[in-house]
Design a binder for this molecule. Structure first.
Ligand SMILES: CC(C)(COP(=O)(O)OP(=O)(O)OC[C@H]1O[C@@H](n2cnc3c(N)ncnc32)[C@H](O)[C@@H]1OP(=O)(O)O)[C@@H](O)C(=O)NCCC(=O)NCCS
Length: 170
């Protein structure tokens, strides 16, 4: 058996987030979103909120990223995703996103929505590579920075996939 290289996405473990992850999630928020990071109270509310699923990715036993999704009545919404700067571009963000999309599929939802800062090419490229399409823009959506948000949507299900996605989901 060939072991995955240290730190590669293949050696990472994804699990549900727990209450005792909160201090680490706060660190990840600060490193990813700076002045727009969620507060402890916001993260606690999200983890405890109904119809939400939050996951962490561990590398070498250390939480290296997290992401969450809200599962609504007919659509899902990606709430956040952040990977520790030192281990970005190793496929961890993609694995977390695929986990969230699986949740939406298992819930039988027809589409997944998200907002992303218009100034974040890494995140926009990640979402596009998964089949998301830009459908709108919210001006000065993020505060205090005043950055615009792009609104993106991914259709789920065989009919929508044929009509709207140019790349198959991995
Ligand atoms: C966006 C983010 C989660 C991506 O995580 P990651 O683990 O580095 O992403 P992956 O390694 O899985 O990359 C998946 C794809 O995303 C895109 N991508 C990731 N980083 C990129 C970069 N620096 N530049 C351009 N594209 C990038 C690529 O399409 C990449 O696929 P490829 O490596 O085959 O080219 C990470 O950069 C991050 O935490 N950013 C700060 C927080 C943030 O902006 N979150 C989004 C909020 S809406």
């Amino acid at each position: 058996m060939i072991a995955s290289p240290p730190g590669a996405a293949g050696s990472a473990v994804i699990r549900e987030a727990r209450g005792d992850d909160i201090v680490r999630l706060l660190e990840l928020e600060d490193s990813a979103f700076d002045e727009e990071a969620w507060t402890r109270e916001m993260i606690e509310d999200e983890l405890a909120g109904p119809d939400r699923r939050y996951f962490v990715v561990e590398v070498g036993g250390r939480v290296a990223g997290y992401a969450g999704v809200f599962l609504g009545l007919d659509s899902a919404e990606i709430m956040t995703i952040a990977i520790e700067p030192a281990v970005r571009r190793r496929g961890l963000g993609r694995r977390l996103m695929e986990t969230l999309l699986d949740c939406a599929r298992q819930a039988g939802l027809g589409q997944v929505m998200l907002e992303v800062a218009a100034t974040s090419p890494p995140a926009i490229n990640l979402y596009k590579s998964l089949g998301f399409e830009e459908i709108g823009r919210r001006l000065r959506y993020y505060q205090p920075s005043g950055r615009d948000a792009l609104v993106m949507r991914l259709w789920l299900g065989p009919v929508s996939l044929n009509q709207h996605n140019h790349r198959p989901l991995a």
